[in-house]
Ligand binder design. Sequence first.
Ligand code: ATR
Length: 286
Amino acid sequence: MVRGTTSVVGVFGWPVRHSASPAMHNAAFADLGLDWVYVPFAVAPKSVGQALEGVRALNIVGVNVTVPLKERVLPYLDSCSESARAIGSVNTIVHREGRLHGESTDGPGFLAALHHAGLPVRPQTRAVVLGAGGSARAVIRALLEAGAHVIVANRTPNRAADLVRAVTDGLPDPHIDLTALEEPALRNALENADLLVNTTSVGMAPHTEEVLPVPATLPGRLLVVDLIYNPIETRLLRQARESGCRTQNGIEMLVRQGAISFRHWTGREPSIDRMREAVEAVLAGS
Ligand code: ATR
């Protein structure tokens, strides 16, 4: 029940109606018996500055920021983490005494999801990442911070080159290479890899039959992660499963980034299981 004492957090998105975050966070609040509520806010891109003034004026404790606002909030913040600045994207804002601080929990959430899948990233870890958009930046920055070797393949090579410049900013010795988004190049790159990550929208509903030029049979030692969660099993993940690979869809990263935001705001440890169940219920109903 919402009362006079209830602390308010939420999510800014445009649109925001399909977000699973309200269900996920409210489930975690209920589980811990916290007097908090998580509210969806439809914020038009042109109104981001005013909406953030609103966070201050209304004493909202914090917000998540989702598509297409993650890049747009940066100029309005008082401070932000070095990683968020490097990737140019913020998904979590913490409001304390009138000051707004930005974080990106996508990258740390991705690493936590890999850990859950049995791949704690180490300096020896070799990853191939498909795509060079916003999610690729978060994923690659996190992999590089953990010391992994990363090979990036993107349809538009220039965009990948821009990504490399941005995500390596301030890192002492980043291990990152580019390759072509073509089957022979990917076959080669995957030969010694531990991890393959799809950050592109290829295979996402409603275009579930679109495919990336990955080899039909993948090395069985790979963990294959697709950040897509609609469908729950993309063609890439099916191909990976049929090749004997371990697979993970985007639900776990969604839950883990949410759990890290939750900790930033509340200082409490949420139930990952309750959060995952809530996300799965939303996706099953959509
Ligand atoms: P997000 O924030 O989800 O990462 P984005 O920033 O729009 O979204 O990035 C989308 C990514 O999917 C890009 O890497 C894009 O490749 P380009 O940089 O060449 O545009 C990739 N992508 C989208 N459709 C694709 C397709 N049909 N084939 C290959 N890559 C595709």
